[in-house]
Design a protein around this ligand. Structure first.
Ligand SMILES: [Zn+2]
Length: 270
């Protein structure tokens, strides 16, 4: 039994095919799929899918690249969505210095607002960080600094959430950032690039951190793992991520699947 802890099933890449894709996922042993929003519309669509398919769950939030869509109504609308059954997290939220679609100050502002909202609602967070290049860790390190302050307050107000605060999804930072995130009790979401030959730093990260700190995800339709790299990604392919983690950590596939499942249950309470 697998969970795909990050998949954009609502994206139009999957239009007219969602039921088949979910069937294929089911046959591949995927029992849960977390669909995060990137703005209000996609958060609403994620919720609709969660209402339609038993294995789909939703996260609601505004992605840093969508920060321009933010207005004074957004917090209210997100809070209403977040209160619905099967909404298990706030996300994806964070910092993206790769695309300069939104100025960093604006990204920081809405990131912090949504973290406060998550603390108030008692929900874990799905964090997106993307650095401007692999030699520059600024987006990841800025996000971790903000998360450290958030966790410090959370320890006082909600120690349970502070113990399982969420995931740095599709983790692409270096080992130092990975260790800092884990110290803050965050899990790292591992995606298709772990199956690529040249992902040296990611291999080092996966080889150095405890399995208890890893979640498996596809980020479909993006980041397709080998052997399907170049094609559209889908939740059934999450098993290739689990296989690669098992290979790197020299553990059995079953142990990786079981442990990552337990990890996801600890965070999303699903
Ligand atoms: Zn995503």
């Amino acid at each position: 039994m697998l969970s795909d802890t990050h998949c954009h099933l609502d994206f139009d890449n999957f239009d007219n095919e969602r039921t088949e894709i979910i069937d294929r996922a089911r046959r591949a042993g995927v029992i849960r799929i977390l669909n995060p929003g990137i703005n209000i519309l996609t958060s609403e669509n994620a919720l609709k899918l969660a209402q339609q398919y038993p294995e789909v769950y939703a996260a609601v939030g505004v992605h840093p690249n969508e920060a321009d869509s933010w207005d004074e109504e957004t917090v209210n609308r997100l809070q209403i969505l977040a209160a619905k059954p099967k909404v298990v997290a706030i996300g994806e939220i964070g910092l993206d210095y790769y695309r300069d679609r939104t100025p960093p100050e604006k990204q920081l502002k809405i990131f912090k607002l949504q973290l406060s909202m998550a603390a108030k609602l008692g929900l874990p967070v799905v964090i997106h960080t993307r650095n401007s290049s692999s030699d520059d860790q600024k987006a990841t390190s800025d996000a971790i600094k903000i998360l450290a302050i958030w966790i410090e307050k959370l320890i006082v107000t909600n120690s349970e959430l502070a113990a399982c605060p969420g995931v740095l999804h599709s983790f692409s930072g270096d080992l130092i950032s990975a260790q800092k995130a884990i110290t803050l009790n965050f899990c790292l979401g591992i995606t298709g690039p772990v199956t690529y030959k040249k992902s040296n730093e990611l291999h080092r990260v996966v080889g150095s951190v405890p399995l208890e700190s890893l979640l498996i995800e596809t980020d479909a339709p993006f980041l397709t793992p080998n052997p399907f790299r170049g094609k559209r990604n889908e939740p059934a392919y999450v098993k290739y991520v689990a296989e690669k983690i098992a290979e790197i950590q020299e553990l059995s596939y079953d142990v990786v699947v079981e442990t990552s499942q337990t990890n996801s249950e600890r965070i999303f309470l699903w």
